[in-house]
Ligand binder design. Structure first.
Ligand SMILES: [Zn+2]
Length: 461
């Protein structure tokens, strides 16, 4: 299959294995991908067809081509608070970290976002998202800082404008000084949509409406956020059913479990995706499936905070859209998504047995599944003619992988594979394992110095 790319500059990638992650899971042991401008023009088996206007021809022998990975849940600012509260569950971890997080400012968030995005990009992520919900007064333009960071590295990006308005004095978990007023949160969220949201095909930047969680957000803000998102045609994101403590909190405060609470506030729907969804019973999963509500599965974070094992195989069997997320770097210090392919498979097998998840299913979660939950499955998430040229060439002929015959097994079950090339809309963001638009050593110095500055202003050192 091909699209008309007449007159476009072309990149021809050939002699590689190809895992398209299309509806039929089509794979080619040796195949090609032709990129015309920002689109995939053709994908197939054998040598590439003769095309005109080739500006770059890549002999990708020893590589696997896949769609770029899609990250569906993150908190960039936490890049500066990694390695803290090492042995805590979610609520204790939050209570320990909130006072530090309340001291972040614009340069810190810009550095943290750059560091987080750089790690994602190096690991084959082409579409990133961030859920930012801490907006201390006078901290500067925090959402703008992360949007600048994503644009700087060339990443496709969904910025989920988060919020918290239920402080300790209203029965919530965060301290009062870390929250906004309900009205302020809604106004700032709508202003972010006005300023940044681009709904067009191939958009590099989308905004989502994203109050933080039932235990840090008022019922009014949950309800009004859903109304706002639907009025403006943007997606909704939040944390849901992460821990037993959250479930208990919902029963005590609202007299119902998290999923029923979400249903009662307008938060189930095909335009909603939620992080975690660990503690879901059969009727919760059925409600997600019936409404098309998506899930960002974050296996490493769930393990780090001992939250539990999400029932991903049951969700998939019921037809729930599921993508992968690294979650914030304070609960997943690696911040890498390619290693989450492996962790998703391992953790779901611990939860559901050896048939619970296969390597190809894990790859699908990290690509097409992510595209689905971000509402972008028509544009990204599989290698198909007419889709955006967001793709990765994984090097699998080195010591770590060369003896594994099945390239998808090598990618998912083996060590984290090096990225030889990563394209976003046909533009290289990683070449030979290095970022094309930023100096990693410089980023390492910057993030270290901003982490130290945060520790100092927060009184940690
Ligand atoms: Zn999170």
């Amino acid at each position: 299959m091909a699209v008309d790319g007449h007159g476009a500059e072309r990149i021809v990638i050939e002699n590689c294995a190809v895992a398209t992650v299309d509806a039929a899971d089509t794979e080619y042991a040796t195949g090609y991908v032709v990129v015309a401008g920002h689109l995939i023009e053709s994908v197939g088996a054998g040598p590439a067809p003769a095309v005109e206007g080739v500006t770059r021809r890549i002999d990708a022998t020893g590589h696997l081509a896949t769609p770029g990975l899609v990250n569906t849940h993150h908190h960039f600012y936490q890049w500066l608070t990694r390695g803290l509260a090492q042995d805590s569950n979610l609520f204790n971890w939050l209570v320990e970290l909130y006072p530090t997080w309340a001291r972040i400012d614009e340069p810190m968030v810009h550095a943290a976002a750059s560091g987080s995005l750089a790690m994602l990009a190096r690991g084959g992520v082409t579409t990133a998202m961030d859920h930012h919900y801490v907006f201390p007064r006078g901290a500067g333009d925090l959402l703008g800082a992360e949007i600048r960071a994503a644009a700087g590295l060339g990443m496709r990006f969904t910025a989920a404008r988060g919020s918290m308005d239920r402080g300790r004095s209203d029965g919530g978990l965060p301290p009062d000084f870390a929250v906004e007023s309900t009205e302020q949160a809604l106004l700032a969220t709508e202003s972010a949509i006005d300023t940044y949201h681009d709904a067009s095909f191939g958009s590099m930047l989308r905004i989502a409406v994203a109050p933080c969680s039932p235990f840090s957000v008022s019922t009014e803000l949950m309800r009004e956020a859903a109304v706002l998102a639907r009025r403006r045609g943007v997606r909704l994101h939040t944390h849901g059913s992460e821990t037993v403590e959250e479930e208990k909190f919902c029963h005590e405060l609202f007299g119902m479990g998290p999923t029923d609470y979400f249903a009662s506030t307008g938060w189930l729907g095909a335009d909603v995706w939620m992080a975690h969804c660990v503690h879901m019973n059969d009727s919760d999963i059925a409600a997600f499936a019936r409404t098309g509500t998506g899930v960002a599965h974050c296996p490493s974070s769930n393990a780090r905070l001992a939250a539990g094992i999400a029932r991903v195989p049951d969700m998939l069997a019921a037809g729930v859209p599921v993508g992968l997320g690294v979650d914030g770097a304070a609960s997943n210090e690696s911040g890498e998504l390619h290693t989450e392919l492996r962790n998703a498979l391992l953790i779901n097998r611990l939860g559901g047995g050896e048939k619970a998840m296969g390597a190809r299913q894990a790859l699908r979660l990290g690509t097409y599944g992510g595209a689905q939950v971000l509402g972008r499955a028509a544009e990204i998430g599989s290698l198909e003619a007419g889709k955006l040229a967001d793709l990765v060439l994984w090097k699998l002929d080195g010591l770590a992988h060369a003896s594994i015959a099945d390239p998808v097994a090598a990618l998912v079950l083996g060590a984290a594979a090096p990225v030889t090339l990563s394209l976003v809309g046909g533009v290289p963001v990683v070449e030979n394992g290095r970022l094309t638009r930023a100096d990693e050593d410089e980023l390492a110095r910057l993030t270290r110095s901003e982490a130290r500055r945060l520790a100092e202003v927060a009184g940690l050192r």
